[in-house]
Write a protein that binds this ligand. Structure first.
Ligand SMILES: [Zn+2]
Length: 419
């Protein structure tokens, strides 16, 4: 069999593995959240809170969709015209067109151009967040965060670019196989190291102080059979009023993190409810499953890029000989951007199912639907959520069930269990 034949076979195997993982690991059965309960929950929310959430979301929308559209146009221009190749050549010129300069500096230049062109929209977003009082750190703090995220992306990007183009040079016919393995490995590595290497770049994490709340949370985790070494508090208040919590990391780097804003805004019972949700993620190994499917997806993307990229009309459009050369990096970005847009609704749907399961876990673990509902109400209020967002936007991008869905799930649970 030719290398191309192997690539087709590998892609088929990866896609099958993804579908099987999706069928087996995604909780397709979703706990009930009847629409009638959702509408009742919506009526119970303060009218001005709902109006303010909707107004805020409407204010964000033009910037969000503007960024999306411009990002797509820039990616298409850099990928499906020779502009991307030209940019990579330009970046390599001061270094005698050395391939490493083209691979690393050229690749980073392509990404930077796309980022800089959409920067005004990011600034717009920050201005809206500030106007609505959600963002607490001024423009200087925002700029520092932006530079930090550029720096982090540049480091990770440089390593990935250098690795990738080294492989395409050393194994011109089989690079896709090594590339797929490397991409999958990178996803797994990042899952391990992001919480310990990257998250501390943006926030300070301190163990939750000793007291009744911490004791209660640790006892709940033990009761749940989820070994948690510590609950960490992130100093999110230096940039936002929003409240949140999350789990990240794998194995030794796994942690439950709550925002300090949550501790300030919510009652201890509500914090317990949120942490119970996070324990649901830990118990169901959602980070590990996400990492596994992410790794399979990344490998599939590399093989698909190889197959698509050896298609003559595409490489001619980009003005390159092969998708494996640094000059074709713009083409890779364009293809990945389009794939990301097309698969966004699927990713959002999977994420919502996983979140609904964590909610169900929180309800079962705490047995306290009233507090769960109060917490959802508070989350929506502080974070200026639209409790019942437009359907198309929800299907396109919502990573969590809507506020009224989560409240309805609590009401359905309360009815079912007689609490
Ligand atoms: Zn969650």
């Amino acid at each position: 069999m030719t290398p191309r034949g192997w690539a087709v076979l590998t892609l088929a195997a990866l896609v099958t593995a993804l579908l099987v993982a999706g069928a087996l690991l995604v909780p397709w059965h979703r706990p009930p959240a009847p629409r009638a309960d959702q509408l009742a929950a919506l009526r119970d929310l303060p009218v001005d809170q709902v109006a303010r959430g909707r107004e805020f979301r409407a204010a964000l929308r033009p910037g969000a969709y503007g960024a999306l559209a411009l990002g797509l146009v820039v990616a298409l221009l850099l990928g499906f015209t020779p502009l991307g190749a030209r940019l990579v050549e330009l970046a390599g010129r001061p270094f005698g067109d050395h391939w490493i300069a083209r691979a690393v500096l050229g690749g980073l230049a392509v990404v930077l151009v796309a980022d800089l062109l959409t920067l005004p929209f990011a600034a717009w977003r920050h201005a809206v967040l500030t106007r609505y009082g959600l963002s607490t750190h001024g423009w200087s703090g925002w700029t520092v965060d932006l530079l930090k995220s550029y720096a982090v992306s540049a480091v990770i990007g440089a390593v990935a670019l250098l690795g990738f183009y080294t492989v395409t040079r050393l194994a011109p016919r089989w690079w896709w196989a090594f590339g797929a393995a490397g991409a999958a490995g990178l996803v797994v590595l990042l899952s391990f190291v992001l919480p310990v290497l990257v998250e501390p770049v943006f926030n300070r994490f301190t163990p939750m102080e000793q007291g009744p709340l911490r004791t209660e949370l640790m006892a709940m985790a033990a009761r749940d059979g989820v070994p948690v070494r510590d609950v960490l508090v992130a100093d999110a208040s230096r940039r936002t009023k929003a409240v949140n919590a999350y789990v990240s990391g794998l194995g030794p780097t796994r942690r439950v993190v709550v925002y300090d804003t949550l501790l300030r805004e919510a009652t201890p019972a509500e914090v317990t409810s949120v942490v119970a949700h996070e324990l649901g993620h830990a118990r169901d190994r959602d980070v590990a499953v996400g990492t596994l499917t992410g790794a399979l997806g990344a490998a599939a993307v590399v093989v698909a890029l190889h197959l698509l990229g050896s298609w003559g009309p595409l490489t001619r459009l980009a003005g390159v000989d092969s998708v494996a050369e640094p000059r074709a990096f713009g083409l890779l970005i364009a293809l990945v951007t389009v794939a990301g847009l097309v698969t966004a609704p699927v990713q959002a749907a999977v994420s919502r199912r996983v979140e609904a399961r964590a909610d169900a876990h929180a309800l079962a673990l705490t047995g306290d639907p009233a507090t769960f509902e109060a917490m959802q109400r508070r989350l929506a209020g502080v974070n200026l959520a639209d409790p019942d967002p437009p359907r198309w936007e929800y299907l396109w991008s919502a990573s969590h069930p809507s506020t009224v869905e989560r409240m309805a799930a609590a009401r359905a649970y309360a009815r079912e269990t007689g609490r």
